[in-house]
Design a binder for this molecule. Structure first.
Ligand code: PHE
Length: 350
């Protein structure tokens, strides 16, 4: 070895050889062996450098400088690899662990469609100035029935529908007791909605023993049926579609007078009763309308129960079925979907 060119090329391949060695090293012991073999007193670098004094004096400074750079480079490579191995050891990871593999994507939960509809409805009504109130699912006979003008013997109190805990405690059959609980605590003007679970002894294709309702009510001076209509129409157009039509049908509830059931134009067939391909619409049973809620003007009897003056105040109330709204909004045709917690179904709401 007697020319600067030869020395330079040996140094270059030494660096490559050392890099390969570092790639393969998997322990601190491997590193120490490599250090001795390459950088040690009798190592490969020292051997190449021993040829420098034999060079022409004009070539020595350049060869010496290159050799020193290589030494620095090898030391740095060794140090880097040592840091890497120590880091892996600190995490107790197998040195064969490949940090370049793509990470596992964690399952991101999704909001249940029922929860989502409750949130949507609540935000529409809070936007209209209503408060959100909640109350117990285990309810007394008084709040669930008596105070709502449902006297003993009324068909809605029948054992068929109500799940009794004791003779005077029930699982609430509707969210209407929240009308009483809220009015007892506040003086008009009052505007609130009460979302929550309700229970009935009912279980078939279109009924589950537990489902969700949202109660809404507003009491003030001079509240009229027109206010009820306006509020519910605005609501229906926001939750479904600005073009949806709303229809009020006379009905009966013991705690409202007059009472109505509210239908919206069927969102599946756009109120035509038949789909575009002329197949009949099963959701509205070809009527073009689907029922979404019950409502009415709060009965003066109810006001007397909570100490409001029925001569001074009027108000409206409504109760809607959340699953019903969710089915229409998302085109879900089977109520059981909401309760089976099938991930293939739920993930569609992510
Ligand atoms: N509570 C009634 C039901 O469960 C709905 C309703 C609420 C009707 C408020 C009128 C006023 O069916």
């Amino acid at each position: 070895m007697n020319s600067v060119l030869e020395i330079n090329s040996s140094l270059k391949s030494l660096v490559h050889e050392f890099e390969t060695r570092m790639d393969q090293a998997s322990s601190l012991r491997d590193l120490e062996e490599a250090r001795v073999a390459f950088l040690g007193r009798k190592g490969k670098l020292a051997k190449i450098m021993s040829a420098i004094p034999g060079l022409d004096s004009s070539e020595r400074p350049l060869a010496g400088k290159t050799a020193n750079q290589v030494k620095t480079e090898l030391t740095r490579l060794l140090e880097d690899k040592k840091n890497e191995l120590e880091r892996l050891a600190a995490f107790r990871l197998d040195p064969r662990f490949d940090p370049s593999l793509p990470g596992r994507i964690p399952d991101m939960g999704s909001i249940h469609p029922v929860t989502r509809v409750i949130q949507d409805i609540c935000s529409i009504f809070t936007g209209l100035g209503f408060d959100i109130v909640t109350g117990p699912e285990v309810e007394t006979d008084f709040y669930n029935f008596e105070a709502l003008n449902l006297p003993p013997g009324h068909p809605a109190r029948d054992m068929q529908d109500t799940l009794y805990i004791t003779e005077s405690l029930v699982l609430r059959t509707h969210t209407s007791p929240m009308q009483i609980r809220t009015m007892e605590k506040r003086t008009p003007p009052v505007a609130a909605i009460a979302p929550g679970k309700v229970y009935r002894r009912d279980s078939d294709l279109t009924h589950t023993p537990m489902f969700h309702q949202i109660e809404g009510f507003l009491v003030d001076e001079q509240v009229s049926m027109a206010d009820l209509r306006g509020t519910l129409t605005a609501f229906a157009q926001r939750i479904f579609d600005p073009g949806v039509k709303v229809r009020f049908r006379p009905s009966f509830f013991p705690f409202t007078e007059p009472s109505a059931e509210v239908d919206i134009s069927c969102v599946m067939c756009e109120g035509r009763g038949r789909h575009r391909d002329d197949i009949s619409c099963r959701v509205c049973k070809e009527t073009g309308w689907v029922e979404v809620l019950g409502c009415g003007m709060i009965d003066p009897e109810v006001f007397l129960q909570v100490g409001y003056d029925p001569e001074k105040y009027t108000g409206f109330a409504f109760g809607l079925g959340v699953e019903r709204v969710a089915m229409l909004k998302y085109g879900i045709n089977d109520l059981r979907m909401f309760f089976e917690n099938d991930l293939k179904f739920l993930n569609q709401f992510a």
